[in-house]
Write a protein that binds this ligand. Structure first.
Ligand code: PLP
Length: 226
């Protein structure tokens, strides 16, 4: 197995524009594999569970320059810990959560970078704002001065074909552009976090600045025992 992860990362990087940030999604991936990714130059790691991320940060504390990204749904009662241990939170999916994170960030003297998670197609499994909800709540979000609101995040529903996925990512880009037209104090639209192993090339074509890749780097995930 040794070298496979490094090889895969090399191949992916060759296809990605220089400006696109590769986030290695390491849920259920052991620290040894993360070290390989690190050796291949990866400095951005994405996790979807607080506890697992905390454990890995301990296990990898000799690697000082990692940027940690939370990409999974965040429950309110874990918000404080999330602000403490993540540099980026991609999955801010409601005004209530944003306000809570903003308060906590103020208390902790931290200014996390966040993305607003949007849901452009109805998908019962996915969290996020609809377009109408988000546009209505932007004035409130703009007051969250402890958050660095950097852009939008989206997850494509599984069942989309190529043209539907591309359209979804393009619509996300257009939404960011539309938001950018207004002069917000605090809302920036510099980033689009979109694209996973199965659809990242389409996302990049549509203007993604961050792709979140798990299986294509580390192989299929096997559910952890216990
Ligand atoms: C698991 C996950 C990914 C990575 O998915 P792969 O198909 O393994 O590339 C990306 N984004 C989110 C939000 C995820 O939960």
């Amino acid at each position: 197995m040794t070298g496979v992860i490094i090889q895969r990362i090399k191949e992916i990087r060759q296809q990605l524009p220089e400006s696109v940030r590769l986030i290695a999604v390491t849920k259920q991936v052991p620290p040894a594999a993360m070290r390989e990714a690190y050796a291949a130059g990866v400095r951005d790691f994405g996790e979807n569970r607080i506890q697992e991320a905390e454990l890995k940060q301990t296990q990898l504390q000799d690697l000082p320059d990692i940027t940690w990204h939370l990409i999974g749904h965040l429950q309110s009662n874990k918000a404080r810990k999330a602000v403490e241990i993540f540099d980026w939170i991609h999955s801010v999916d409601s005004l209530k959560l944003a306000l809570r994170l903003n308060d906590l960030a103020g208390e902790l003297f931290l200014q996390p970078q966040v993305c607003l998670q949007v849901k452009l197609l109805s998908d019962p499994n996915k969290y996020g704002w609809t377009v109408a909800e988000l546009l209505a709540e932007l004035p409130e979000l703009d007051k969250c001065s402890n958050l660095q609101i950097q852009g939008l995040m989206t997850i494509g529903p599984l069942e989309l074909d190529v043209s539907e996925s591309l359209a979804l990512f393009q619509h996300t880009w257009e939404l960011a552009d539309r938001i950018r037209q207004k002069n917000w104090l605090n809302i920036h639209m510099n980033h689009l976090s979109m694209g996973m192993s199965s659809d990242y090339q389409l996302a990049v074509q549509a203007g993604a600045t961050m792709v979140r890749l798990g299986r294509i780097i580390f192989g299929e995930r096997t559910p952890l025992l216990s």
